[in-house]
Design a protein around this ligand. Sequence first.
Ligand code: DON
Length: 342
Amino acid sequence: MTDHDLKSLASSIQAVSSPFRNYLNDLYEKYRSLDEGKVADYIPELALANPEWFGICVVTSNGQLFEVGNCDRLFTIQSISKAFIYGLALEDWGREYVNSKVSVEPTGEAFNSIVLDEKTNRPYNPMVNAGAIATTDLIKGNGSTERLKRVLDLFRRYTGRDLEINVPVFLSEKATGHRNRAIAYLMLNFGMVTDRIEETLDLYFQQCSIMVNSHDLAVMAATLANGGVNPITGERALDEHYVQDVISVMLTCGMYDYSGEWTYKVGMPAKSGVGGGITAVVPGKLGIGTFSPLLDVKGNSVRGIEICKDLAKDFGLHLFNVAKPERDLMEWLERGESVDDW
Ligand code: DON
C-alpha cells in the first residue's frame, strides 16, 4: 500500500463521526492547556520542539482509526524504537541467545544509567540505553548500510510507510552522546557486545532519529495488539511468537523508572521516548499513539501519561481490570463507525 492509499484510507475512515471520536476530542481539550514539563534539551536538536504540539491517535486491532490534534506532526521516535528493535533481535537470534546478552529485569533507575548485572555483566533490559545498545548490536546484516536498511524496513512494516531519519538529530546525538559511547565501551570490555562498536552506536543513534508521528505510533502499537500483523496493511511486522516477549518488557520496563507506577495506574505495555511520543498496547484490542514534547523529570511525556490514564480508567483498559468499566469500548467502537446509527 502506498503512502497515498494509506492517507486516503485514513481520511475516509476519519471523516465519519463517532462517540469515541467525540470522547477523544474532549480529552484533547482537557489536556491541551496542561503545560507542566519541559522539552528535552540534552540532545541540542530536540530543544527546537514546540511545546504546543499535541496529538492523540487510537487504532483498533481491526484497523479503525481515531485521531485528534497534530497527528501528522513528525518527531523523532527516540527510545520507542527500542521495543521494536528488541523484536527484530529476537527474530534474528531467538529468545535464549538474546536473553544471554540482555536481561529483562526493570532497573528502577534512569534510562541512561551506567549499570550492568554484577554476576552476568548483562545490561538489565532492552529499554534502558545499555540494553538497547546491546540489542542493536544483535541486529544482523553485512555492514552499516544493510543493517540500517533492515531497521528501516522493520519500521516500514510496522507503520505501513517509508520512514526517514532526521539527520540533524542523528548528528547531534552522535556528536554529544558521550555517555552512550561510554556505556557501549564498558559492555565491550565485558565482552557483551561485538567490536563493531562505532557502527552499532551509529545504528542506535539512527534508529532513535527515525521520524514518526502519533498516527504511526498508534499503528505500531495496534500491530502488536493484533499479534504482529499491521491491521491497516495486513503485513506481518513481527513473528507472533515474539509479541509476548516484546510487550512483556514494555509493561515492566517501557516507562523507565516510572514503570511500576505506570503499570499500577495505567496497566498497558507501553514505550516512551524523549521526542515526546508514547506508544501503548491494549492486547487484542487497540494501539494508542500520543505526542506532546513536554516531558517530566523521568523523560516521559506529561500529557501522554494523562491521556493513557484517562483511557485506561474510562474504558477499563488496564490489563488486570476485572471490574465493569464506566464505558464499554468495544461496544462504542462497533456502533461508532456508521453515522446512521447516531
Ligand atoms: O540514548 C538516547 O539518549 C536517546 N537516543 C534515546 C533516549 C530516550 O528516548 C529516552 N527516553 N525517554
